[in-house]
Write a new protein. Structure first.
Length: 148
C-alpha cells in the first residue's frame, strides 16, 4: 500500500516571506547602501505585508522621519501596489490611505481596517475617529461617552 502525501515541503525559494517594516523602509528610502539592495531583492519575490507592518511604516515615515503626509500617502500606496506584495485587506488599506491623506490619523484608520471582519463594532472614546473615518468606514464605530 502506498501513501499519498497531503503536504509538500516548501523551499525558501518557493515560499512567500512576511516582511518587516525595515525591509519596506529601506526599499522606499534607498538610504542604506548595504540593506537597500537586499530589500530590493526580497521585494522582487512574493512578500506578505501585514497590517501591523503597514501601521508601523506609516508611523516611521511621518513621525520619526517627518516626511510630509502627502508623500507618506504616496509611499504607502507604492507598497500596496508592489507587483509581488500580498497585502492584507488591500481595498480597506486603500480606503485608510485616502482618509489619512484627508487628515485622519494613520494608526486609527488602520485599527478600523484590522477590526473589520473580526468584530461588528469598534468601540472608542476618541470622538475624532468616527468623524475622520467618514461614512464608508469598514466597521461600525461606537464612540463611548464617559460615565455620568
Amino acid at each position: 500500500m502506498s501513501m499519498i502525501p497531503t503536504w509538500t515541503w516548501l523551499s525558501l525559494a518557493d515560499a512567500v516571506r512576511a516582511v518587516d517594516t525595515n525591509i519596506l523602509a529601506r526599499w522606499l528610502l534607498g538610504d542604506d547602501p548595504v540593506q537597500t539592495p537586499v530589500a530590493l531583492k526580497v521585494l522582487s519575490e512574493p512578500a506578505h505585508v501585514s497590517l501591523t507592518v503597514l501601521t508601523e511604516l506609516g508611523w516611521v515615515l511621518e513621525k520619526a522621519l517627518r516626511i510630509p503626509r502627502p508623500i507618506v500617502g504616496s509611499m504607502l500606496e507604492k507598497v500596496i501596489d508592489l507587483e509581488h506584495a500580498q497585502v492584507d485587506k488591500q481595498p480597506s488599506v486603500r480606503w485608510a490611505i485616502e482618509r489619512y491623506r484627508q487628515g485622519a490619523d494613520w494608526a486609527d484608520m488602520m485599527h478600523l481596517v484590522a477590526a473589520a471582519g473580526a468584530a461588528p463594532v469598534f468601540a472608542t472614546f476618541d470622538k475624532s475617529i468616527a468623524r475622520d473615518a467618514g461614512e464608508k468606514s469598514p466597521v461600525l464605530i461606537d464612540t463611548l461617552r464617559e460615565a455620568p
